[in-house]
Write a protein that binds this ligand. Structure first.
Ligand SMILES: [Zn+2]
Length: 298
């Protein structure tokens, strides 16, 4: 077999391991290692997964899927990528990065629900040596993230069944994404940090005013953490700003949110015809600590 120009990502282990910094086999939980001269990752039980040409692993087993293409729709993902790449949420990215005070050197950061990789990309530009791991349920999103050439470990799988070993992550982030307190705590090291971003009360109220008769304040998405025994809230940073969105950015914003499904056809048409849309953006950036785990229960 002739060797192609493909080079193995250096971040994926070639040695057999049952712990550490590789991915876990979604079938049996053993470590996945790459077989020499192939692009196939396999566990000791011979469950194997091919590395996609873009450089990610699809570990989401068909029997665990609730639909053929789980996660956000392709249109949602591509709209979000255009909108984020335009820099509209730069303040949020900067705020998340500002909370990464304890990450340095060879620390490992997981983005749970990484989407098309915007936040990982922003983090990589500041922390070049950080080991980045991205996970999303949408294959389209992970493929787009891989195309950003993040030098990150990227996998398609659920946030409720993270294919990583216990205590293998120093810091996790979750931006507008579903999260499991138990799974996130499991993969985080004791005392590890979780940065979670959700909507503040007035988030995108300039957009929703065109869709709903009365504005309903966001309640945030913290219930999974605030009612958990795994995490304790250390601080919350509020970001409030006003955005002026222009041209096709308005359609992208509409399509990247669930509001699109609530908007009547004439409301969609009206919004897409606007030259500018002014709206508040309101984010809560919450920093949690993973509580020390009871090793006797492991
Ligand atoms: Zn296996």
């Amino acid at each position: 077999m002739s060797s192609s120009s493909f080079s193995y990502p250096t971040f994926l282990p070639k040695l057999s391991i049952c712990s550490g910094n590789g991915f876990k086999c979604p079938n049996c939980g053993l470590g996945l290692v790459v077989l020499e001269s192939t692009r196939t990752y396999s566990c000791e039980n011979n469950h194997s997964f091919d590395l996609a040409s873009e450089g990610y692993l699809n570990l989401h087993l068909a029997q665990h899927k609730r639909s053929r293409n789980p996660g956000d729709s392709n249109e949602m993902i591509r709209s979000r990528q255009r909108f984020l790449n335009a820099g509209y949420y730069q303040d949020l990215a900067d705020s998340v990065i500002a909370q990464l005070t304890e990450v340095a050197g060879d620390k490992r950061l997981l983005d749970i629900g990484c989407g098309e990789g915007y936040y990982l990309d922003e983090i990589r530009q500041i922390y070049e040596n950080l080991q980045l791991v991205g996970l999303d349920i949408s294959k389209t999103a992970v493929r787009l993230a891989a195309k950003r050439k993040l030098n990150a470990q990227l996998a398609v799988d659920s946030a409720f069944k993270i294919p990583l070993f216990d205590n293998s992550i120093d810091t996790a982030i979750s931006v507008f994404s579903p999260i499991s307190a138990i799974e996130t705590s499991r993969v985080l090291k004791p005392n590890g940090t979780l940065i979670m971003v959700g909507p503040g009360e007035t988030h995108l109220s300039g957009l929703t005013a065109h869709i709903y008769d009365k504005t309903v304040a966001h309640k945030g998405n913290y219930d999974a953490l605030d009612n958990s025994h795994e995490f304790i809230l250390e601080k919350q940073i509020e970001i409030q700003n006003s955005l002026c969105i222009e041209g096709s950015g308005i359609a992208d914003l509409l399509h990247m949110t669930p509001y699109y499904w609530h908007a009547k056809p004439q409301q969609q048409k009206h919004l897409k015809g606007l030259r500018q849309l002014e709206t508040p953006v309101h984010f809560n950036v919450r920093v949690y600590k993973n509580l020390l785990k009871d090793s006797s229960s492991a």
